[in-house]
Ligand binder design. Structure first.
Ligand SMILES: [Zn+2]
Ligand SMILES: [Zn+2]
Length: 372
């Protein structure tokens, strides 16, 4: 028989091991996936030299990083030197930059270190949507179907604007510009991609999307544009910012014509800088409907996407967000999505549980052997 004191030691060791394992899980999941190939759009690759910079550092290029953080809503608009009474930002890593980096890390679900670690720089250099990240948060916590709680990560534009019409259900017309195009994609292919992307949203909310040839009269106007294109938000060339869209009821959805847009990653035409058109189209339609950026890295509404990555399937977070604005499509059951996503996550979760159990058994055996 094992004395109680020894069992106490074993239980304490197991508890400690459990604590370490449970901390390691979510932190690992929050890290961005490894980059595919180069992603050096619009000079963002130069941020690489800022690696490991932290409060007190003075590194050439920090002023550009401050402009980047200001562009996406993490520092005062204009220049990041405004906190010192205006003027150009400097290359000094001060407390204001540290606070902005922490806000960025928190919104992108990265470990909040306040320094420019490798994971943070990798995220900063990734291609992303041009819409800033400063939005109103949606519902904070809601019960999940297992009896636990889920932190909702979707957001809305300030004031929560949405489309409304005199009679419901809402019907929105959309058109793909016949002139703002990219030469290497056929108009039919582009229209098919957008039809699928609109269908994903129409499936979950009581809103229909009808394609029209009358571009000027359409509620939602889709087009590929280069550089300065008349809306005050110029595009930046290959990678960097991929596209942007305006909140309801503006209806403009623009994609950067300088990108290497791909319809598929298996037709032999893809390169290390190819961007999936359907994923970005689905994301930008979310903005057109009134969603801001989600902090969930799995969500379609997360602000960045890697080259060669496909992420067009709506997650529970995307669906709950848009349904908070428009209600649910009567034919849609959220439980179907839960089951689908639970199934796809099951192997990873069960293998983690199995390996944790194996470690625990091993630890208990070692402790018992050394104490007996
Ligand atoms: Zn976006
Ligand atoms: Zn634009």
């Amino acid at each position: 028989m094992v004395p109680c004191r020894r069992l106490g030691h074993a239980a304490a060791a197991c508890l400690l091991l459990l604590l370490i394992l449970s901390c390691a899980g979510p932190a690992a999941a929050a890290r961005p996936a490894p980059a595919h190939g180069r992603h050096d759009g619009a000079g963002w690759h130069a941020f690489k030299r800022l690696q490991d910079a932290r409060r007190g550092s003075h590194v050439t290029g920090l002023r550009e990083l401050k402009r980047y953080l200001a562009t996406f809503g993490y520092m005062p608009a204009g220049t990041a030197g405004a906190e010192h009474g205006g003027g150009e930002p400097t290359d000094a890593f001060d407390e204001h930059l540290e606070a902005a980096v922490k806000r960025y890390q928190s919104r992108l679900s990265l470990p909040v270190t306040g320094s420019l670690d490798a994971a943070t720089l990798d995220q900063i250099m990734s291609p992303r949507c041009g819409v800033e990240d400063d939005h109103d948060h949606g519902v904070s916590v809601s019960p999940d179907h297992h009896g636990g709680a889920v932190v909702s990560r979707f957001t809305f534009f300030k004031g929560e604007p949405r489309w409304t019409q005199r009679s419901e259900p809402i019907v929105l017309s959309y058109a793909v510009s016949p002139t703002a195009t990219v030469s290497y994609l056929s108009p039919d292919d582009v229209r098919a991609v957008f039809r699928r992307a609109f269908d994903r949203w129409a499936l979950v909310i009581p809103v229909s999307f009808v394609e029209t040839d009358d571009y000027d009269a359409a509620d939602i106007k889709v087009g590929f544009h280069k550089g300065n294109h008349g809306d005050g938000v110029p595009f930046d060339g290959p990678l960097g910012v991929l596209g942007h869209a305006f909140s309801p009821k503006n209806g403009r959805l623009h994609l950067d014509a300088s990108e290497q847009w791909a319809l598929s990653f298996s037709d032999g035409t893809e390169t290390s800088e190819s961007i999936d058109l359907e994923s970005v189209a689905t994301h930008e339609i979310g903005h057109v409907l009134g969603l801001g950026h989600s902090t969930s890295p799995h969500a379609v509404m997360y602000p960045s996407i890697k080259p060669l990555q496909k992420k067009a399937d709506l997650t529970v977070d995307d669906v709950e967000g848009v349904q908070q604005l428009y209600g649910s499509n009567p034919d849609f059951r959220l439980s179907s999505l839960y089951n689908e996503q639970d199934t796809s996550m099951a192997p990873e979760r069960s293998s983690w549980v199995a390996s944790s159990a194996r470690l625990l058994v091993g630890a208990v055996s070692i402790i018992l052997l050394t104490h007996l």
